[in-house]
Design a protein around this ligand. Structure first.
Ligand code: 1HN
Length: 350
Protein backbone atom coordinates (compact mmCIF):
# COMPACT_ATOMS: atom_id res chain seq x y z
CA UNK A 1 0.00 0.00 0.00
CA UNK A 2 1.19 3.50 -0.76
CA UNK A 3 0.56 6.61 1.33
CA UNK A 4 -0.24 8.54 -1.86
CA UNK A 5 -2.67 6.43 -3.82
CA UNK A 6 -5.46 4.10 -2.91
CA UNK A 7 -4.97 0.53 -4.20
CA UNK A 8 -6.57 -0.19 -7.59
CA UNK A 9 -10.27 -0.94 -7.49
CA UNK A 10 -11.32 -4.27 -8.99
CA UNK A 11 -14.91 -5.47 -9.50
CA UNK A 12 -14.46 -7.94 -6.64
CA UNK A 13 -13.12 -5.24 -4.34
CA UNK A 14 -15.93 -2.83 -5.36
CA UNK A 15 -18.55 -5.47 -4.61
CA UNK A 16 -16.92 -6.07 -1.25
CA UNK A 17 -16.84 -2.33 -0.38
CA UNK A 18 -20.56 -2.11 -1.25
CA UNK A 19 -21.28 -4.80 1.33
CA UNK A 20 -19.38 -2.92 4.04
CA UNK A 21 -21.43 0.26 3.88
CA UNK A 22 -24.77 -1.17 5.14
CA UNK A 23 -22.86 -2.53 8.13
CA UNK A 24 -21.34 0.90 8.89
CA UNK A 25 -17.89 -0.26 7.96
CA UNK A 26 -15.32 1.06 5.55
CA UNK A 27 -11.92 -0.18 4.29
CA UNK A 28 -9.05 1.98 5.49
CA UNK A 29 -6.94 1.28 2.42
CA UNK A 30 -9.44 3.17 0.22
CA UNK A 31 -9.20 6.26 2.43
CA UNK A 32 -5.73 6.29 3.85
CA UNK A 33 -4.34 9.10 1.74
CA UNK A 34 -7.26 11.43 2.52
CA UNK A 35 -7.39 10.57 6.24
CA UNK A 36 -3.65 10.88 6.81
CA UNK A 37 -2.23 13.48 4.45
CA UNK A 38 1.52 13.94 4.02
CA UNK A 39 1.09 17.59 4.88
CA UNK A 40 -1.82 19.82 5.93
CA UNK A 41 -4.51 20.00 3.23
CA UNK A 42 -7.02 22.58 4.36
CA UNK A 43 -10.29 23.27 2.61
CA UNK A 44 -9.96 26.84 3.95
CA UNK A 45 -8.66 29.40 1.46
CA UNK A 46 -6.74 32.67 1.71
CA UNK A 47 -9.28 35.48 1.74
CA UNK A 48 -9.70 39.17 2.57
CA UNK A 49 -12.73 41.10 3.81
CA UNK A 50 -12.74 44.81 3.06
CA UNK A 51 -13.66 46.61 6.30
CA UNK A 52 -15.69 49.32 4.54
CA UNK A 53 -17.91 46.74 2.82
CA UNK A 54 -18.57 44.71 5.98
CA UNK A 55 -19.14 47.90 7.96
CA UNK A 56 -21.84 49.09 5.55
CA UNK A 57 -23.72 45.81 5.89
CA UNK A 58 -23.26 45.79 9.66
CA UNK A 59 -24.71 49.32 9.95
CA UNK A 60 -27.69 48.09 7.89
CA UNK A 61 -28.14 45.28 10.41
CA UNK A 62 -28.24 48.04 13.03
CA UNK A 63 -31.55 49.14 11.50
CA UNK A 64 -32.94 45.63 11.19
CA UNK A 65 -32.37 44.27 14.68
CA UNK A 66 -31.27 45.50 18.12
CA UNK A 67 -28.24 44.08 19.92
CA UNK A 68 -30.60 42.79 22.59
CA UNK A 69 -32.92 40.95 20.24
CA UNK A 70 -29.98 39.51 18.30
CA UNK A 71 -28.23 38.60 21.62
CA UNK A 72 -25.07 39.59 19.69
CA UNK A 73 -25.36 41.59 16.46
CA UNK A 74 -22.56 40.08 14.45
CA UNK A 75 -21.71 39.37 10.83
CA UNK A 76 -19.70 36.17 10.66
CA UNK A 77 -16.62 36.12 8.45
CA UNK A 78 -17.04 32.80 6.68
CA UNK A 79 -14.09 31.27 4.92
CA UNK A 80 -15.11 30.76 1.25
CA UNK A 81 -13.61 27.26 1.37
CA UNK A 82 -15.86 26.34 4.31
CA UNK A 83 -19.20 27.85 3.21
CA UNK A 84 -22.11 27.88 5.65
CA UNK A 85 -20.00 26.59 8.52
CA UNK A 86 -19.53 29.82 10.47
CA UNK A 87 -15.79 29.28 10.35
CA UNK A 88 -12.94 31.59 9.37
CA UNK A 89 -10.41 28.75 9.65
CA UNK A 90 -11.06 25.07 10.26
CA UNK A 91 -10.87 25.54 14.02
CA UNK A 92 -11.84 29.18 14.61
CA UNK A 93 -14.69 31.61 14.19
CA UNK A 94 -14.44 35.35 13.49
CA UNK A 95 -17.07 38.05 13.18
CA UNK A 96 -17.61 41.80 13.33
CA UNK A 97 -19.93 42.98 16.08
CA UNK A 98 -21.84 46.26 16.26
CA UNK A 99 -23.08 47.88 19.49
CA UNK A 100 -24.94 51.14 18.86
CA UNK A 101 -25.11 54.06 21.33
CA UNK A 102 -27.40 53.21 24.25
CA UNK A 103 -27.48 49.50 23.46
CA UNK A 104 -26.74 46.54 25.68
CA UNK A 105 -25.76 43.01 24.68
CA UNK A 106 -27.09 41.00 27.64
CA UNK A 107 -25.00 38.94 30.08
CA UNK A 108 -24.41 35.31 29.16
CA UNK A 109 -21.68 32.72 29.34
CA UNK A 110 -20.55 29.75 27.30
CA UNK A 111 -17.75 27.22 27.15
CA UNK A 112 -16.38 28.87 24.00
CA UNK A 113 -13.54 31.30 24.65
CA UNK A 114 -13.73 34.73 23.01
CA UNK A 115 -11.36 37.52 22.11
CA UNK A 116 -12.27 41.05 21.00
CA UNK A 117 -10.16 43.35 18.90
CA UNK A 118 -11.57 46.86 18.64
CA UNK A 119 -11.93 48.22 15.10
CA UNK A 120 -13.88 51.44 15.57
CA UNK A 121 -15.50 53.61 18.24
CA UNK A 122 -14.47 54.59 21.70
CA UNK A 123 -16.08 54.52 25.11
CA UNK A 124 -18.20 51.40 24.83
CA UNK A 125 -17.42 48.63 27.30
CA UNK A 126 -17.43 44.94 27.84
CA UNK A 127 -17.68 43.45 31.32
CA UNK A 128 -16.07 40.14 32.23
CA UNK A 129 -17.31 38.50 35.44
CA UNK A 130 -18.64 41.87 36.55
CA UNK A 131 -15.58 43.99 35.79
CA UNK A 132 -16.03 46.61 33.12
CA UNK A 133 -13.36 47.62 30.66
CA UNK A 134 -13.84 50.64 28.44
CA UNK A 135 -12.51 50.04 24.94
CA UNK A 136 -10.59 51.98 22.29
CA UNK A 137 -9.48 51.00 18.78
CA UNK A 138 -6.71 48.39 18.81
CA UNK A 139 -7.51 47.19 22.35
CA UNK A 140 -7.36 43.43 22.78
CA UNK A 141 -9.78 41.95 25.32
CA UNK A 142 -10.29 38.33 26.32
CA UNK A 143 -13.37 36.53 27.62
CA UNK A 144 -12.33 33.20 29.18
CA UNK A 145 -14.61 30.22 28.77
CA UNK A 146 -17.58 30.14 31.16
CA UNK A 147 -16.98 33.78 32.22
CA UNK A 148 -20.10 35.97 32.38
CA UNK A 149 -19.92 38.81 29.89
CA UNK A 150 -22.09 41.67 28.70
CA UNK A 151 -21.43 44.67 26.49
CA UNK A 152 -22.77 48.21 26.53
CA UNK A 153 -22.26 51.43 24.63
CA UNK A 154 -22.65 54.62 26.67
CA UNK A 155 -20.84 56.67 24.03
CA UNK A 156 -22.48 58.59 21.21
CA UNK A 157 -20.84 56.60 18.41
CA UNK A 158 -21.22 53.09 17.04
CA UNK A 159 -18.72 50.59 18.40
CA UNK A 160 -17.41 47.82 16.16
CA UNK A 161 -15.01 45.09 17.15
CA UNK A 162 -13.82 41.80 15.75
CA UNK A 163 -14.75 38.71 17.76
CA UNK A 164 -12.59 35.61 17.59
CA UNK A 165 -13.94 32.44 19.18
CA UNK A 166 -12.92 28.79 19.32
CA UNK A 167 -16.45 27.70 18.35
CA UNK A 168 -15.54 25.11 15.68
CA UNK A 169 -12.98 23.56 18.02
CA UNK A 170 -15.40 23.33 20.95
CA UNK A 171 -18.17 22.00 18.73
CA UNK A 172 -15.83 19.43 17.19
CA UNK A 173 -15.37 18.11 20.74
CA UNK A 174 -19.13 18.34 21.40
CA UNK A 175 -18.37 20.37 24.53
CA UNK A 176 -20.66 23.37 24.08
CA UNK A 177 -22.65 24.70 27.04
CA UNK A 178 -24.24 28.14 27.23
CA UNK A 179 -26.66 30.04 29.46
CA UNK A 180 -28.13 33.51 29.81
CA UNK A 181 -27.79 35.37 33.10
CA UNK A 182 -31.37 36.54 33.10
CA UNK A 183 -30.54 40.25 33.44
CA UNK A 184 -28.81 42.69 31.09
CA UNK A 185 -25.75 43.15 33.27
CA UNK A 186 -23.91 40.74 35.51
CA UNK A 187 -23.51 42.42 38.96
CA UNK A 188 -20.54 44.75 38.99
CA UNK A 189 -17.95 43.14 41.24
CA UNK A 190 -14.83 45.28 40.82
CA UNK A 191 -13.98 48.78 39.58
CA UNK A 192 -12.94 49.22 35.95
CA UNK A 193 -9.20 48.69 35.46
CA UNK A 194 -8.82 46.43 38.50
CA UNK A 195 -7.42 43.47 36.51
CA UNK A 196 -4.82 45.62 34.80
CA UNK A 197 -3.71 47.24 38.05
CA UNK A 198 -3.31 43.94 39.85
CA UNK A 199 -1.79 41.82 37.13
CA UNK A 200 -0.80 43.97 34.17
CA UNK A 201 1.95 46.20 35.55
CA UNK A 202 4.83 43.78 35.96
CA UNK A 203 3.74 43.23 39.57
CA UNK A 204 1.50 40.78 41.39
CA UNK A 205 -0.41 41.29 44.63
CA UNK A 206 1.72 40.03 47.54
CA UNK A 207 0.50 36.66 48.72
CA UNK A 208 -1.51 36.12 45.56
CA UNK A 209 -1.92 32.44 45.02
CA UNK A 210 -2.50 31.45 41.45
CA UNK A 211 -5.44 29.12 41.15
CA UNK A 212 -6.46 28.16 37.65
CA UNK A 213 -4.04 30.04 35.42
CA UNK A 214 -5.20 28.68 32.08
CA UNK A 215 -6.59 32.12 31.26
CA UNK A 216 -4.72 35.35 31.91
CA UNK A 217 -5.95 37.28 34.96
CA UNK A 218 -5.46 40.35 32.76
CA UNK A 219 -8.39 40.55 30.39
CA UNK A 220 -7.71 43.89 28.73
CA UNK A 221 -4.57 44.77 26.76
CA UNK A 222 -4.81 48.46 25.74
CA UNK A 223 -3.45 49.30 22.28
CA UNK A 224 -1.58 52.31 23.56
CA UNK A 225 0.80 50.09 25.53
CA UNK A 226 1.21 47.37 22.91
CA UNK A 227 1.86 49.95 20.21
CA UNK A 228 4.41 51.72 22.37
CA UNK A 229 6.18 48.41 22.91
CA UNK A 230 6.57 47.94 19.15
CA UNK A 231 7.76 51.52 18.75
CA UNK A 232 10.40 51.12 21.46
CA UNK A 233 11.65 47.86 19.93
CA UNK A 234 11.84 49.44 16.48
CA UNK A 235 14.88 51.29 17.81
CA UNK A 236 16.78 48.03 18.36
CA UNK A 237 16.76 47.27 14.65
CA UNK A 238 16.26 43.61 15.53
CA UNK A 239 13.90 42.71 12.72
CA UNK A 240 12.89 39.09 12.35
CA UNK A 241 13.11 38.20 8.64
CA UNK A 242 9.70 36.45 8.72
CA UNK A 243 7.84 38.66 11.19
CA UNK A 244 9.38 42.12 11.51
CA UNK A 245 8.93 42.88 15.19
CA UNK A 246 6.28 40.54 16.56
CA UNK A 247 5.07 40.23 20.13
CA UNK A 248 2.57 37.80 21.63
CA UNK A 249 -0.05 38.72 24.23
CA UNK A 250 0.96 36.93 27.40
CA UNK A 251 -0.59 35.53 30.56
CA UNK A 252 1.50 37.20 33.33
CA UNK A 253 0.70 34.39 35.76
CA UNK A 254 2.66 31.78 33.81
CA UNK A 255 4.20 33.30 30.67
CA UNK A 256 1.91 31.27 28.43
CA UNK A 257 -0.52 32.63 25.84
CA UNK A 258 -3.34 34.76 27.27
CA UNK A 259 -5.91 32.03 26.54
CA UNK A 260 -5.56 28.26 26.22
CA UNK A 261 -7.23 27.87 22.83
CA UNK A 262 -6.32 31.05 20.94
CA UNK A 263 -3.03 32.91 20.69
CA UNK A 264 -2.83 36.55 19.62
CA UNK A 265 0.04 38.74 18.44
CA UNK A 266 0.82 42.28 17.36
CA UNK A 267 3.59 42.99 14.85
CA UNK A 268 5.26 45.99 13.27
CA UNK A 269 6.38 46.00 9.64
CA UNK A 270 8.22 49.21 8.78
CA UNK A 271 7.67 50.95 5.44
CA UNK A 272 9.33 49.01 2.64
CA UNK A 273 9.80 45.83 4.71
CA UNK A 274 9.21 42.53 2.91
CA UNK A 275 9.02 39.43 5.06
CA UNK A 276 10.63 36.14 4.02
CA UNK A 277 8.19 33.36 3.11
CA UNK A 278 6.91 31.68 6.28
CA UNK A 279 4.43 28.96 6.96
CA UNK A 280 3.08 27.33 10.08
CA UNK A 281 0.39 24.80 10.91
CA UNK A 282 -1.79 27.38 12.66
CA UNK A 283 -4.15 29.03 10.17
CA UNK A 284 -4.11 32.72 11.08
CA UNK A 285 -6.52 35.66 10.99
CA UNK A 286 -4.91 39.09 10.49
CA UNK A 287 -6.13 42.65 10.62
CA UNK A 288 -4.13 45.82 9.99
CA UNK A 289 -4.55 48.54 12.60
CA UNK A 290 -2.32 50.93 10.67
CA UNK A 291 -0.69 51.08 7.28
CA UNK A 292 -1.10 49.51 3.90
CA UNK A 293 0.55 46.65 2.12
CA UNK A 294 -0.04 43.27 0.61
CA UNK A 295 0.31 39.67 1.66
CA UNK A 296 1.02 36.85 -0.72
CA UNK A 297 -0.52 33.68 0.65
CA UNK A 298 0.21 30.70 -1.55
CA UNK A 299 -0.81 31.96 -5.00
CA UNK A 300 -3.17 34.63 -3.69
CA UNK A 301 -2.17 38.28 -3.38
CA UNK A 302 -4.25 40.29 -0.91
CA UNK A 303 -3.96 44.09 -0.80
CA UNK A 304 -4.82 45.45 2.64
CA UNK A 305 -5.35 48.76 4.36
CA UNK A 306 -6.46 49.77 7.85
CA UNK A 307 -9.07 47.45 9.41
CA UNK A 308 -9.26 45.03 6.50
CA UNK A 309 -9.29 41.43 7.73
CA UNK A 310 -7.60 38.52 6.00
CA UNK A 311 -6.93 34.86 6.69
CA UNK A 312 -4.05 32.52 5.85
CA UNK A 313 -4.77 28.76 5.84
CA UNK A 314 -2.58 26.22 7.61
CA UNK A 315 0.80 25.62 5.97
CA UNK A 316 0.28 28.14 3.14
CA UNK A 317 3.44 30.22 2.62
CA UNK A 318 2.88 33.83 3.73
CA UNK A 319 4.86 36.90 2.70
CA UNK A 320 3.95 40.41 3.86
CA UNK A 321 5.06 43.66 2.19
CA UNK A 322 4.43 47.01 3.88
CA UNK A 323 4.02 50.12 1.70
CA UNK A 324 3.74 52.25 4.85
CA UNK A 325 4.62 51.55 8.47
CA UNK A 326 2.12 48.81 9.24
CA UNK A 327 0.84 47.12 12.38
CA UNK A 328 -0.87 43.73 12.14
CA UNK A 329 -2.92 42.05 14.83
CA UNK A 330 -3.31 38.30 14.39
CA UNK A 331 -4.77 35.28 16.14
CA UNK A 332 -4.73 31.51 15.66
CA UNK A 333 -5.13 28.19 17.46
CA UNK A 334 -1.37 27.91 18.03
CA UNK A 335 -1.66 27.36 21.84
CA UNK A 336 -3.74 24.22 21.24
CA UNK A 337 -1.34 22.85 18.65
CA UNK A 338 1.63 23.53 20.91
CA UNK A 339 0.04 21.72 23.85
CA UNK A 340 -0.70 18.71 21.65
CA UNK A 341 2.79 18.64 20.15
CA UNK A 342 1.39 19.39 16.69
CA UNK A 343 2.58 22.91 15.96
CA UNK A 344 5.20 23.23 13.21
CA UNK A 345 6.71 26.15 11.36
CA UNK A 346 8.84 26.47 8.25
CA UNK A 347 10.98 29.58 8.02
CA UNK A 348 12.50 28.60 4.68
CA UNK A 349 16.11 29.63 5.00
CA UNK A 350 15.31 32.79 6.94
C1 1HN B 1 -20.63 35.79 21.87
O1 1HN B 1 -20.93 35.51 23.13
C2 1HN B 1 -20.18 37.04 21.52
O2 1HN B 1 -20.19 37.83 23.73
C3 1HN B 1 -19.86 37.31 20.20
O3 1HN B 1 -19.90 39.24 22.18
C4 1HN B 1 -19.96 36.36 19.24
C5 1HN B 1 -20.58 34.13 18.59
C6 1HN B 1 -21.06 32.91 18.92
C7 1HN B 1 -21.37 32.59 20.22
C8 1HN B 1 -21.23 33.52 21.21
C9 1HN B 1 -20.07 38.11 22.55
C10 1HN B 1 -20.43 35.10 19.57
C11 1HN B 1 -20.76 34.80 20.89
Amino acid sequence: MSMDNAPRETPERRAYYDRLEPQDLSALWTKFSTLVTKQPKSRATAHLWRYAAVRDLLMEAGELITAKEAERRVLILENPGLPGDGRVTSSLYAGLQLVLPGEIAPAHRHTQTALRFVMEGEGAHTAVDGEKTVMKPGDFVITPNWAWHDHGNDSDRPMIWMDGLDIPLVNFLDASFAEGYGADEYPRARPAGDNLARFGQGMLPIGWEAGDTRNSPVFSYPYERSRETLETLRGTGEWDACHGIKMRYVNPANGDWAMPTMGACLQLLPRGFETAAYRSTDATVFTATEGRGRSTIGETVLEWGPRDIFVAPSWAPVRHEADEDAVLFSFSDRPVQEKLGLWREDRGNA
